[in-house]
Design a protein around this ligand. Structure first.
Ligand code: CTP
Length: 421
């Protein structure tokens, strides 16, 4: 990492910070502004970091004489502590007239986050110009750590103190923990074809009325994203949703359960994992009216016929992909989901409570597989989706697609024209 130091009284705390970061095994490259060297000497920081301290944009020790490019290229993260009001104003406006500001601007922002630990007098912190710059920096994706409130070197008390070295050290360690976790995400499904259904289906009664299920599609889309991150070649068959197509995912949009079934069947070849996340309508009007029905004062009876259970029909194939089902229940959640897994003869099902899942941004689920129940605590749909995708990928890689006994698969087939009891 690069630790930038600018000219503020709190610069003396950066010596302690350098020591703590080194102790945690982090490689610290110190870069100081000229003003910072008025508060603490480069020699101290060199001794503590064990590396030459850079201050000059034109340092001839750098082979290509481009210190700003070389130093930002090699960094995972840049922390500037203390960051003065002047330095923040420069960054907010893209000014780069010294090594530290230039390397902050020259960094690859997607690969190297920038953290600033402001340190200044409270009036300077509260000044509208500083607050405008802070807002701009936040909008540019810069992470602002602090400031803290308390006694200041100028004798005043208030917001503007730099966070203590221990708190800054923890922020850097947290960054590295997340960074390492991301780097080590295994590409368990590299090159594997995965098919998903997501969202609701809409079954027309007449040209303006329909039967549908409550479903935003968020969980299915989040799982498609998580599977794509695991390296899978993902195709999503989606009912109507207002969601953006996840990056790198192929999508086919459908409306009805019957269209969803056709799209799934058309895309099944070479599919190794199938996730049925869609809230498919279980019944569809037997004969949708071609013209809008007129309102009368009489009761209305609509004849409904069952739709094909897409998941069960895929699982009942002679060589099915690894199938993952979902069960949204209003009561006896885990028990009903267990029974559904057995009935549909699938290796994994994800159970959740319908009322807390539909449309929400977070969820709480139980994964059920041959090993039993795995409760996944409440979290964002994105993080739950990652857990589900990883769980399925691991199970798939140890089990390989289960082969069903074709003689038993008869009992699973669903005849669309026959009404359920
Ligand atoms: N499913 C499907 N096709 C259908 C109905 C359901 O693929 N026609 C899938 C869903 O995508 C989900 C799972 O089956 O993965 C469970 O759906 P759910 O509606 O909860 O279960 P049902 O079998 O329809 O049972 P019930 O409605 O009686 O709870």
């Amino acid at each position: 990492m690069v630790l930038g130091i600018t000219g503020g009284v709190a610069a003396y705390k950066s010596a302690e910070l350098t020591r703590a970061l080194k102790k945690s095994g982090i490689d610290v490259q110190v870069v100081m502004t000229e003003a910072a060297t008025e508060f603490i000497t480069p020699v101290t920081l060199q001794a503590l970091s064990g590396q030459k301290v850079y201050t000059d944009l034109w340092d001839s020790d750098i082979p290509n004489n481009m210190a700003h490019i070389e130093l930002s290229r090699g960094a995972d993260v840049i922390l500037v502590a203390p960051a003065t009001a002047d330095f923040m104003a420069k960054l907010a406006n893209g000014l780069c007239d010294d090594l530290l500001s230039t390397l902050c601007i020259a960094r690859n922002a997607a690969a190297c986050p920038l953290m600033l630990a402001p340190a200044m007098n409270r009036e300077m912190w509260e000044a509208p110009a500083t607050q405008r710059n802070v807002a701009q920096l936040l909008a540019d994706g810069v992470i602002i750590l602090g400031p803290d409130s308390g006694d200041q070197a100028c004798g005043e008390t208030g917001l503007g103190r730099m966070l203590e070295p221990a708190a800054l050290g923890q922020a850097v360690e947290r960054f590295y923990a997340e960074h390492d976790a991301k780097q080590s995400t295994p590409k368990l499904l590299a090159g594997k074809k995965v098919l998903l259904t997501a969202g609701p289906t809409v079954e027309p009664i007449d040209p303006v009325r329909a039967i549908t299920n409550g479903s935003s599609g968020k969980m299915g889309y989040a799982i498609a994203t998580a599977l794509q991150k695991l390296g899978a070649d993902v195709t999503l068959i989606s009912g109507p949703t207002g969601l953006a197509v996840p990056f790198g995912v192929k999508i086919e949009k459908v409306k009805t359960a019957s269209q969803m079934l056709d799209a799934v069947n058309a895309n099944l070849s070479d599919v190794e994992l199938f996730f049925a996340v869609a809230a498919v309508a279980d019944y569809t009007p037997a004969v949708p009216k071609s013209q809008k029905m007129k309102k009368t004062t009489d009761d209305l009876t609509i004849s409904l016929v069952p739709t094909v259970d897409i998941l069960a029909s895929v699982a009942a194939r002679s060589a099915p992909p690894f199938c993952v089902g979902f069960a949204a229940e209003t009561e006896n959640v885990v028990d009903y989901a267990r029974k559904k897994r057995e009935k549909k003869r699938i290796p994994m099902i994800v159970a959740n409570l319908a009322s807390s899942a539909i449309g929400a941004d977070d969820n709480e689920v139980t994964i059920i597989d041959d090993q039993g129940d795995h409760a996944i605590p409440r979290g964002s749909k994105a993080s739950i989706a990652e857990t589900i995708a990883l769980h399925a990928a691991k199970l798939y890689s140890v089990q390989s697609p289960p082969k069903l006994d074709s003689s038993k698969s008869i009992s699973l087939s669903v005849v669309p024209s026959k009404k359920r009891p």
